[in-house]
Ligand binder design. Structure first.
Ligand SMILES: Nc1nc2c(ncn2[C@@H]2O[C@H](COP(=O)(O)OP(=O)(O)O)[C@@H](O)[C@H]2O)c(=O)[nH]1
Ligand SMILES: [Mg+2]
Length: 551
């Protein structure tokens, strides 16, 4: 993480932060909220770089800062004395601002800050001080940075810790103070680990160097580096400090190496640090997104599995469709022969009745052959239509056999389908499906319109004027009468055809109902099983976006 590419443009950083913010928001990454907010605030406010002194209480942090500033503005003591984060920066006049947790800010004389920053005068931080800001003209050389004194981490006072940790994501350069008499604790190592996600600049400060001989100092430094290498696989720059001995030298080194370097390159340094924070945030965010993606993929895979188990070959829509098609065709094919067989019994009585009627009616017909022919045509049409209409009306229930059989077959097919589907759902999900109303409506077919016109085509039409009717009338009468059985057969066949059409339409109607039912049922189950799909794609997209912005 140390080798961060040079700062990109501000708009790139802003865009990157927006992507991160939407990812954190979308997946509720609460643990990254502070980091994200700190980066956003740094970007929007562009404040001085915070050079923070951290470390356990009594490590000598406040003493070091007072010494550096050349003024005893921060309380020092043998008991934990700093309760609030105190930032010291350049200002044209000396002043102190108390920032409370509720947002209120009060300006106080510098001499009074002890009332707010020391444990003795502000026990348990009862004054709810979040941050104390001090401005000093003597900080003129350090414009562009703020020296930050922090309440000791690992302090006996729990709130100390939380105040510092809340603030930690804002850190610019971190100076970790470790006292010569308590070299590098587990707390210090934890703090370094934590700081690693906030800043590329971590410096170790061995305070109270005066209590060690030069050899001991070297031993302690060597011990530091070994421990860091072993525990964190890195080494850190180490500086010595003492407010009692060699102070001038120590101070000078720190001023030259750390403080002045920051001030000289304030802007590029600021963006380098901000960039580092955003990279670190990206990595944490990517880590979470990858977990989210794994679980989403897992869920998708299980869903695929569930889908395959529930919607197996027994409830395959295409196969059921085919089966319903076969049922429909089988029955439709039988409709016509069935109706014709039934109507057969009416053929002979109908013929006899018609002939008898014709023999009576024909005697009253007058005119030439052409007129007789037309008359016969009309007679056949009217008489047979009337008779067949009667048969159709009285006997129609006998024409519906195939429709009833088809209905039973469709019902059985649907029943089997529902049973398979429900069994699958119960086996896989352990859920019993509610009984669904899958009944197919039987639509009684329309009665066909029976009016048969032009039943008879007499070929003698063209020579009618040549034939002397007084000689041949009887011949033609016999001819007409002889023709009646054929007419009766043709008309009965037409009736069968009409009914076949109606019945088969009804069967087709039922087939469509069944297909529709199955389609809707399967679509519903399918939606239920794969309802939450799509999250994986969304996560993948976010990961690509973040990676593209980061590297
Ligand atoms: N011998 C010695 N004692 C120091 C030095 N710096 C600080 N102390 C003492 O260490 C104690 C804690 O100092 P303080 O600055 O309040 O530590 P803080 O809690 O980390 O801010 C005080 O009693 C200081 O006098 C130093 O350089 N040498
Ligand atoms: Mg202190």
């Amino acid at each position: 993480m140390d080798n961060i590419s040079p700062p990109t443009s501000i708009s790139d950083i802003r865009g990157h932060l927006e992507i991160l913010a939407s990812a954190c928001n979308r997946f509720q990454m609460v643990s990254l909220a502070r980091k994200l907010e700190a980066a956003q605030t740094l970007l929007s406010e562009n404040p001085p770089i915070d050079v923070a002194v951290l470390g356990q209480f009594k490590a000598g942090k406040s003493s070091f800062l007072n010494n550096l500033i050349g003024q005893n503005v921060l309380p020092v003591g043998a008991i934990p004395v700093t309760t609030a984060i105190t930032r010291v920066q350049y200002g044209i006049r000396e002043k102190a601002l108390i920032r409370h947790f509720n947002g209120a800010i009060t300006e106080i004389p510098l001499a009074e800050i002890v009332q707010f920053t020391s444990e003795a005068e502000n026990p348990g931080n009862s004054k709810n001080v979040a941050i104390v800001d001090i401005e000093l003209p003597s900080m003129q050389d350090y414009q562009g940075l703020r020296l930050v004194d922090t309440p000791g981490l690992g302090s006996v006072y729990k709130y100390h810790q939380s105040t510092s940790e809340e603030w930690l994501p804002s850190v610019g350069t971190a100076i970790l103070a470790v006292s010569s008499d308590r070299p590098l604790s587990e707390h210090d190592l934890d703090l370094i680990r934590e700081l690693t996600s906030h800043t590329p600049n971590i410096i170790l400060l061995l305070t109270k160097a005066d209590i060690l001989s030069p050899e001991q100092q070297n031993e302690v430094i060597a011990f530091f580096q070994q421990t860091l290498q072993r525990e964190l696989h890195r080494i850190l720059p180490v500086y010595l400090y003492s407010i009692k001995e060699n102070t001038k030298e120590y101070k000078q080194r720190i001023e030259e190496d750390i403080l002045k370097t920051i001030c000289k390159n304030r802007d590029s340094e600021f963006f380098r640090i901000l960039n580092y924070k955003i990279h670190s945030l990206s990595e944490s965010c990517l880590g979470y997104l990858k977990i989210a993606m794994q679980s989403s993929l897992q869920a998708d895979m299980n869903r695929e599995n569930l889908r395959a188990q529930i919607l197996n070959e027994k409830v395959n829509e295409d196969l059921v469709r085919e089966e319903l098609g076969i049922i429909a065709r089988e029955h439709q094919r039988q409709t016509r022969p069935m109706i014709e067989t039934y109507l057969e019994q009416f053929r002979s009585p109908l013929t006899k009745k018609a002939i008898k009627k014709l023999e009576m009616d024909i005697t009253s017909w007058r005119g030439n052959l052409w007129k007789l022919s037309r008359k016969y045509e009309t007679w056949v049409s009217e008489t047979l239509s009337e008779e067949l209409r009667l048969i159709s009306k009285n006997e129609h229930s006998h024409f519906l056999g195939t429709m009833k059989k088809a209905h039973a077959s469709f019902s059985r097919a649907l029943e089997a389908f529902c049973k398979f589907l429900n069994d699958n759902i119960e086996t896989v999900l352990g859920v019993k499906m509610a009984e669904v109303d899958w009944k197919i409506d039987v639509m009684e077919p329309n009665h066909p319109d029976i009016s048969f016109t032009k039943p008879f085509d007499i070929h003698l039409d063209l020579i009618w004027f040549l034939i002397p009717m007084f000689l041949f009338r009887k011949v033609f009468e016999r001819h007409f009468i002889a023709n009646v059985p054929k007419e009766a057969t043709i008309n009965i066949s037409r009736l069968a055809y009409q009914w076949e059409k109606s019945v088969n339409n009804a069967i087709e109607e039922m087939r469509l109902q069944a297909i529709n039912y199955i389609h809707e049922e399967l679509a519903t189950i399918e939606n239920l099983i794969s309802g939450t799909k799509g999250q994986t794609d969304e996560i993948k997209k976010l990961i690509i976006q973040i990676e593209k912005a980061s590297f």
